[in-house]
Design a protein around this ligand. Structure first.
Ligand code: NAP
Length: 229
């Protein structure tokens, strides 16, 4: 166990991040990112080498403090995210800021602070993007813009860090059955039918595939959609 590589998964308290943590648990020691202590303890139960990593990603001092305690890191999965939706006409500055703060700024800052630890391990950064990071729909502007920016961040990071041996994978899931999707559907006024959406475990399997790819391979972008029915 102690010689397993270390992975930090943000957003691991629930949804896709929790599924990623479960998928990586057999091969990695884990730090589980999130804010809710009870939820993190629940995910850590049954994952013997997992420890909570409780940090509010909108708090730069807390990010710096927690990142400073990591010397070597093989895998960093950015799954934490928020989806504040609305048309351009109804979205004030706060909606744009809230999406960008968690979905982009925190990702950039946490990655920057952990780069020495990632370089030390010739590590892998995985960014959970979205179909909205490839094609933006009306009503999704503030979220989609943050995810387009996240894709640009990943592309730049990959180009800059390839000489240091880092791998960078953007994952673009379609709609997935999580708390986030429930509130999106609620906001749209629709009825929530879980089976219409991807399973978080299916997204996690793609992440695991990228992370465990053979050493010569670099999976740069993965697009996952619900299967047509
Ligand atoms: P979720 O169930 O709502 O979970 C969001 C996660 O982000 C939680 O663990 C939450 O932690 C964490 N988080 C949010 N704000 C945070 C903050 N300020 N500091 C620390 N952690 C914070 O969402 P999800 O559906 O799993 O989404 C995961 C990722 O997939 C997101 O980046 C999302 O954009 C992307 N995605 C989702 C879908 C979908 O349909 N669900 C589709 C495509 C892409 P707390 O428990 O502390 O709140």
């Amino acid at each position: 166990m102690a010689d397993q590589p270390l992975a930090l998964v943000t957003g691991a308290s629930r949804g896709i991040g929790a599924a990623v943590a479960r998928a990586l648990a057999p091969t990695h020691r884990l730090l589980l990112g999130g804010r809710d202590e009870t939820a993190l303890a629940g995910v850590a139960e049954g994952l013997p080498s997992a420890k909570p990593w409780r940090v509010d990603l909108t708090d730069p001092a807390a990010i710096a403090d927690a990142a400073g305690r990591i010397d070597e890191l093989s895998v960093l999965v950015h799954s934490a995210g928020v989806a504040k939706l609305g048309t351009v006409a109804e979205s004030g500055a706060d909606a744009w800021r809230d999406n960008f703060e968690v979905n982009l700024v925190a990702v950039a800052e946490l990655t920057r602070l952990l780069l020495p630890a990632l370089r030390a391990a010739r590590g892998h950064v995985v960014l959970i993007n979205s179909g909205q990071g490839l094609s933006a729909r009306p009503g999704w502007g503030p979220y989609a813009a943050s995810k387009f920016a996240l894709r640009a961040f990943a592309d730049v990071l990959r180009a800059e860090e390839e000489p240091n041996g880092l791998r960078v994978t953007s994952v673009f899931p379609g709609r997935t059955d999580t708390d986030m999707q429930r509130s999106v559907v609620e906001g749209e006024g629709g009825e929530y039918t879980p089976s219409n959406y991807l399973l978080p475990d299916s997204v996690a399997a793609a992440v695991s595939g990228a992370v465990t790819a053979s050493d010569d391979a670099h999976l740069t972008e993965l697009v996952i959609r619900p299967r047509p029915r």
